[in-house]
Design a protein around this ligand. Structure first.
Ligand code: PGA
Length: 252
């Protein structure tokens, strides 16, 4: 089964509203319309509606960077699924390592958020990844397995078919240190086998697994040539229109 590649730009806490509009406009100028790959942009929450307008008709998808698992209520500072849908989002990043590292995100919360996203027909982009210490002590695959099992806890095969996974080694995020294609492929293949166990072989074969961590124009082609790498989740390089455009136009 052919898996349509996904190239997603996570802008993190960057760009004011006017800067976000300008960047989205520039991206469209550089990339144009593409029908053989999916382009996803994840700006900050205050810029979602404006970016939605800016990319209207481009075919690009809009993603939020996080959500709360409740639909509404007394949760100061949080944003819910229905709010993201109303702002024009079709996707939401969940369990990014920066949320896990700085904001106490746990696998249990990731699971609640994944269910909330699916309930509102938002496609979750569920992130997993090991720290340098975990890699060096040979725990990578065990950590990834724990995070995938934890984040997908309680989901049936149908629900698992509706999500995207992203492998982002913490030591490669924003550091300029990219995983080797072999390191990434090894983890992606193990994630796919785990999806086969948690759902079934068909869901695993169709599941898009993105790589993230210092993806740049110079390394995207080799990463994308790996059998189990179906796309990229890009931080730093997604803030430069020309670089992100080159990443979107990867050749493998
Ligand atoms: P980076 O970030 O491309 O800047 O390493 C990736 C991510 O955190 O999604």
């Amino acid at each position: 089964m052919a898996r349509v590649p996904i190239l997603a730009g996570n802008w993190k806490m960057n760009c004011t509203l006017p800067e976000s509009e300008a960047l989205a406009g520039e991206l469209y100028k550089e990339i144009g319309q593409l029908d053989d790959r999916e382009v996803i942009i994840a700006p900050t929450t205050p810029a979602l509606t404006a970016v939605a307008r800016q990319i209207d008709g481009s075919g690009y998808k809009l993603s939020a960077q996080d959500l709360h698992w409740e639909d509404s209520g007394a949760f100061t500072g949080e944003v819910s699924g229905p709010m993201l849908v109303a702002a024009g989002c079709s996707h939401v990043i969940i369990g990014h390592s920066e949320r896990r590292q700085y904001f106490g995100e746990t696998d249990g919360r990731v699971a609640l958020k994944v269910k909330a996203a699916l309930r509102h027909k938002l496609t979750p982009i569920v992130c997993v990844g090991e720290t340098l210490e975990e890699r060096e002590s040979g725990e990578t695959l065990a950590v990834i397995e724990r995070q995938v099992r934890g984040g997908l806890d309680g989901l049936d095969a149908n629900s698992i078919a509706g999500l995207v996974l992203a492998y982002e080694p913490v030591w490669a995020i924003g550091t300029g240190k990219v995983a080797t294609p072999q390191q990434a492929q090894e983890v992606h293949a193990s994630i796919r086998s785990l999806v086969a166990e948690l759902a079934n072989a068909e869901v695993a074969a169709g599941c898009r697994i993105l790589y993230g961590g210092s993806v740049k124009p110079e390394n995207v082609d080799i990463l994308m040539s790996q059998e189990d790498i179906d796309g990229a989740l890009v931080g730093g390089a997604s803030l430069k229109a020309a670089d992100f455009a080159r990443i979107v136009r990867f050749q493998s």
